[in-house]
Design a protein around this ligand. Structure first.
Ligand SMILES: [Zn+2]
Ligand SMILES: [Zn+2]
Length: 256
């Protein structure tokens, strides 16, 4: 199958849902776009979206956005998907025959973020409007059933819990830009853990930098080669000796 955007050969990649279910997507390693069979865009967990984005060969090739994009299976023209499930500014293309969906890397990321926000709204509604929940929850549940699956919801909740856990396990975190375009990172964990920092211009372009490669309770590293006056996004990931990973919320700092 060929990429609808750049004509590169799509690569079959297996992705895992939070429940351990597996399915395949067709990914373009050149422009970073992904082709989904019907409804599977709802099943892909956010961390797999991030993993896919890290596979893409950089720098990304410029794509001619005006050219007609064709279904990689049926070679019919793809049309933008509309509806409440697709937020403004996000463009997903769909084939009217096979109902497959094409998403660029950026659109896929934005779309999954939007789904995450719907789930957060659902959490809030449940907490603050208990009397309305009889009306509110079934209505929301219906919307969610139409546009997403419980796999995604549970996945996002697990991810949120995981980030809360990461925050609780990391103490004394200091991420400080220093003179000479360097960054000093230090923190502690109660249990011996290995650790890495993901660092980049945005959540889509983070590089994995090891901190403690052997289990430790004190974690320090110096990252070199930063650029002055620039905004960076980072996440800390720690792994315990049973192999459980915990990843912190993405944070931003600006170098001077
Ligand atoms: Zn492509
Ligand atoms: Zn098709």
């Amino acid at each position: 199958m060929l990429c609808p955007a750049c004509g590169n050969i799509l690569q079959k990649l297996s992705v895992t849902t939070k429940q351990g279910g597996r399915f395949e997507v067709d990914h373009c390693g050149r422009c970073g776009g992904t082709w989904f069979d019907p409804y599977e865009i709802n099943r892909i967990p956010y961390h797999e979206v991030m993993a896919l984005s890290q596979l893409t060969v950089l720098p990304k090739k410029n794509i001619n956005q005006n050219a007609k994009q064709l279904c990689p299976q049926d070679h019919l023209e793809l049309f933008p998907l509309t509806g409440d499930a697709v937020p403004k500014g996000v463009k997903l293309l769909s084939c009217k025959k096979c109902l497959g969906i094409w998403a660029t890397q950026k659109d896929l990321w934005e779309f999954k973020k939007h789904q995450d926000e719907i789930v957060s709204a659902y959490d809030l509604a449940d907490k603050f409007f208990p009397n309305l929940s009889v009306v509110f929850v079934p209505a929301l549940t219906l919307i969610l059933l139409l546009f997403t699956t419980f796999t995604t919801i549970t996945g996002l909740q697990n991810q949120k819990e995981n980030r809360v856990a990461a925050r609780e396990m990391i103490s004394g975190l200091s991420v400080a830009p220093m003179k000479g375009n360097t960054l000093a990172v230090s923190f502690k964990t109660a249990q011996p853990m290995t650790s890495v920092i993901y660092l980049g211009d945005s959540e889509l372009t983070m590089t994995r930098i090891p901190i403690s490669e052997k289990p430790a309770t004190v974690h320090t590293t110096i990252v070199r080669g930063l650029v002055n006056g620039k905004s960076y996004t980072y996440q800390i990931e720690i792994r315990d000796e049973s192999g459980n990973n915990y990843r912190s919320e993405a944070e931003v700092f600006i170098t001077r």
